[in-house]
Design a protein around this ligand. Sequence first.
Ligand code: NAD
Length: 317
Amino acid sequence: MKRIMVTGALGQIGSELTLFLRKHYGTDHVLATDIRNNSLEVVRSGPFEMLDVMDGKSFVKAASDFQADTIIHLAALLSAVAEGNPLLAWQMNMGSLLNALETARLLKAKFFTPSSIAVFGPPAPKKMTPQASILRPVTMYGINKVSGELLADYYFLKYGVDTRGLRFPGLISHATKPGGGTTDYAVEIFYDAIQKGRYTCYLQEGTSIDMMYMPDALQAIIQLLEVDSQQLKHRNAYNVTGMSFTPKELANEIQKYLPDFSLDYRIDPVRQSIADSWPDQIDASTAKQEWGFTTQYNLEKMTKDMLEKLTVKLMQS
Ligand code: NAD
């Protein structure tokens, strides 16, 4: 892994992953791409190119001009956005994945794309959902992610492309706001707690979902990309998680630092029904066994760190 190309690099994951990779492998070794441009550090700190991942020819050209040996494909429409426009979500999420996999095949590059806990639907066990569970999602995003895992498996089996992927839960971070997922509340709540002292949550107080703090997610991506291919039996679909909590439990934790913080609820039926179709808590033991997945942050540590970092950021802005 010496020359890494990242798509969707200005999003919630990409904006931090790109900088993390540049620190790890060298600034000039990581090409960031996105359909939009901005003045953030990702664009200023190293190679950046505008790329629409739906344009297969431009995808291959950007990757081969850069001589990429690794493709990290992040550009996608997330769960709540996908549910609002299912046809566009299918076209974007599946079309861009095919372009990304084809590029990896042509360049003989290693390949990583995130899957999601959205692959599980109502028939999967809600608690400690095993790695190998029935996958019958009822959301367009979940259907895209199951199809994506299968397509990535196919490119490995048929063409020998070294594909890898993680089933991420909701990701919590302070650098870039999330892009329209069902778990966005777990980031928004911190902004509102600091700035307004109250938050109105769109999920019910007892809705339990898996989450992970961004530093653990970045570490897991690098760890999975670097592990010997022979070790990977579930290469495109590892369950990973850092914690599982409800909105009420998160609010209680925030109140330890901001005692006057208050939470109320105005339920969004679309996001609530997406959340209800997902597990409460998944089992990440296969990732631990196959390549040593670990996390540093639980609910307590994550909350403390988020409040500290976000308070500094909001004071500076
Ligand atoms: P995001 O919405 O924050 O960012 C996506 C980026 O893709 C944006 O910068 C957007 O400009 C770009 N993009 C959109 N359309 C594009 C196009 N046609 N061409 C090029 N770029 C385009 O998403 P994210 O949270 O960073 O997620 C990245 C990946 O991780 C996705 O596959 C997502 O499904 C997956 N994932 C995310 C989470 C999470 O909580 N953030 C959880 C599980 C899985």
